[in-house]
Design a protein around this ligand. Structure first.
Ligand code: PDD
Length: 276
């Protein structure tokens, strides 16, 4: 069962008018929230990022945090599975096609739940390949906008070359992955770029930094150059659905030893304990 504009219905019965501005302009924002043992993970953080995205596109939040919590609880309750991920999507609504904001319309609100399978053990044990590409997205990548065409094209570049993620470089510096945040390890220090308009402020990114802090793993939040990525001892990817994953090859060359490294192993273990 999904939630659409005040109703719970089977997904096959959920329809959106073709003039929805999400469909016409990609005019909307979204969130992806993991649910472990039927409890949403870091929900306060996801709701505050949702507010940030809505502010970024100048769309009034249709609900209070309390109302969101209740709605999400209801969606979780009418879906099976201990671990799920919630996809929450808000568009500016339905109106005659005109770029300017329409007056007096209601936003479209859609929430669905999908099963959240644990990342395949083989990927965690052996690691995954990634490629690099120029980050050609707009200047507000901190907004979790539903208009994801650049991310879609960039991620597909990885798939086309047999890799799993595309690491994005802007002006010679790391921004993030096409659908993830990126950390590197050099000389036992975890490095990641500071939050800015050029990357999505990942919730998993925050968790990993908190875990590093709590477990005395040295880390620095600073600009990371292309050369540093290419010479990294380890590269890690983080996202709500992939958690923490080791990247073991970059553009066809091994990262460090070519196997998941010790900092990845420590952080991944901490993450599993933390989310339990
Ligand atoms: N994407 N950067 C981008 C561009 C992303 O799309 C994502 C996640 C992240 C990681 O953010 P978080 O840790 O809060 O999931 C970073 C989600 C999972 C998606 O679009 O499906």
């Amino acid at each position: 069962m999904i939630y659409l504009n005040g109703k719970f219905l089977p997904i096959e019965q959920a329809y959106i008018p073709v003039l929805d501005r999400g469909f016409i302009f990609g005019d909307g924002v979204y969130e992806v929230i993991p649910v472990y043992s039927r409890k949403p993970f870091r929900l306060t953080d996801h709701l505050s990022r949702l507010q940030h995205s809505l502010d970024g596109i100048r769309l009034k939040n249709p609900h209070s945090d309390e109302q969101w919590r209740e709605l999400l609880e209801q969606v979780i309750a009418c879906n099976e599975g201990e671990d799920q991920y919630l996809y929450l999507h808000i568009t500016r609504g339905v109106a005659k096609r005109d770029h300017a904001f329409p007056v007096g319309i209601s936003p479209t609100i859609f929430i669905m739940s999908n099963p959240l399978p644990a990342p395949p053990p083989e990927m965690l044990q052996k690691g995954i390949p990634a490629i690099t590409a120029r980050d050609n997205r707009w200047g507000r990548c901190d907004i979790k906008a539903i208009s994801l065409l650049p991310n879609v094209l960039l991620r597909q570049l990885a798939i086309d070359s047999g890799a799993m993620e595309t690491i994005l470089l802007r002006d010679g510096y790391l921004t993030e992955g096409a659908a993830s945040n990126i950390f590197i390890v050099k000389n036992h220090v975890l490095l990641t770029p500071p939050k800015s308009h050029l990357m999505l402020p990942g919730i998993t990114y925050d968790v990993v930094l908190e875990l590093a802090q709590g477990h005395a793993i040295p880390y620095e939040i600073r600009a990371v150059s292309e050369q540093e990525i290419r010479l990294a001892d380890e590269i890690l990817l983080t996202s709500s659905t992939k958690e923490v994953m080791p990247i073991v090859s970059l553009d066809g060359k091994p990262v460090g030893t070519g196997e998941p490294g010790p900092i990845y192993k420590q952080l991944s273990q901490c993450y599993q304990q933390y989310k339990a």
